[in-house]
Write a protein of this length. Structure first.
Length: 234
């Protein structure tokens, strides 16, 4: 890519999420003390603090048979992401980025036929506009555990933590994670910080280097997050 998308979380965001999750406040300004108190990865957090981590992104201009298109909508100071999984002239909508018009405009511009919708979790910035898209294309949310799309098998993975019912979707070399993982960070553990970390470790333990498509911020990969995610301190 010829430009870099800023990380969703800065140093202060990461420290704040860890403090909130652990129910403690760190008063020291020394990075090694902060990381020790909050069980964060010192090397990764320093890199993020110094603004030196920009993950190598998925090539959204790929001409592969199965590919991904990203739709980004302004959300506070950053963006929220929706994705289209595309094969031939068919697609799957993954999250709705709270903006039906943006999703429909992208589908129409690419002349695609959507087959169904997948949702990673129920927060409004990921589900807003759902009814409009359903009615426009006469499609519905697919809630099956194993999902078929154009002869590709998609697996639904339970990843609670951000919400009780958060899920990720795995297909081919792609992993759509919603607000579980951001490049260098995690979503908030608003349901359970403990379960958020467990779900994160579950994804990192997968034995393949998937492209990770988060609900916010740039895309990344499992390998990059093993090395550069501030919460990976195992």
């Amino acid at each position: 890519m010829d430009f870099k998308i800023e990380l969703e979380d800065e140093f202060e965001d990461i420290v704040g999420k860890a403090e909130s999750g652990l129910g403690k406040k760190v008063t020291s300004l020394e990075l090694n003390v902060v990381c020790k108190e909050l069980n964060l990865n010192l090397k990764a957090l320093k890199k993020i603090k110094d603004k030196k981590y920009f993950p190598e992104e998925y090539n959204f201009n790929s001409d592969d048979d199965l590919k991904v298109e990203r739709i980004q909508v302004k959300f506070y100071e950053g963006f929220v992401n929706s994705y289209l999984l595309i094969k031939d002239n068919k697609c799957v909508v993954i999250d709705t980025c709270g903006d039906a018009d943006s999703v429909i405009e992208k589908i129409e511009s690419l002349r695609l036929k959507p087959e169904f919708i997948l949702l990673t979790h129920g927060h409004n910035d990921h589900t807003g506009g759902l009814g409009v898209i359903e009615d426009f294309y006469k499609i519905r949310v697919n809630k099956k555990e194993e999902i078929k799309f154009q002869n590709c098998k998609m697996i639904r993975i339970s990843v609670p933590g951000h919400t009780n019912d958060s899920v990720a979707f795995c297909v081919d070399k792609f992993l759509f994670v919603g607000d579980l993982i951001f490049a260098g960070s995690l979503g908030s553990g608003s349901f359970s910080y403990k379960k958020l970390l467990e779900s994160f470790k579950k994804i990192l333990s997968l034995n393949k280097d998937y492209f990770i498509f988060p609900g916010h911020g740039p895309s990344t990969t499992i390998e990059q997050e093993r090395e550069n995610n501030a919460f990976n301190n195992s």
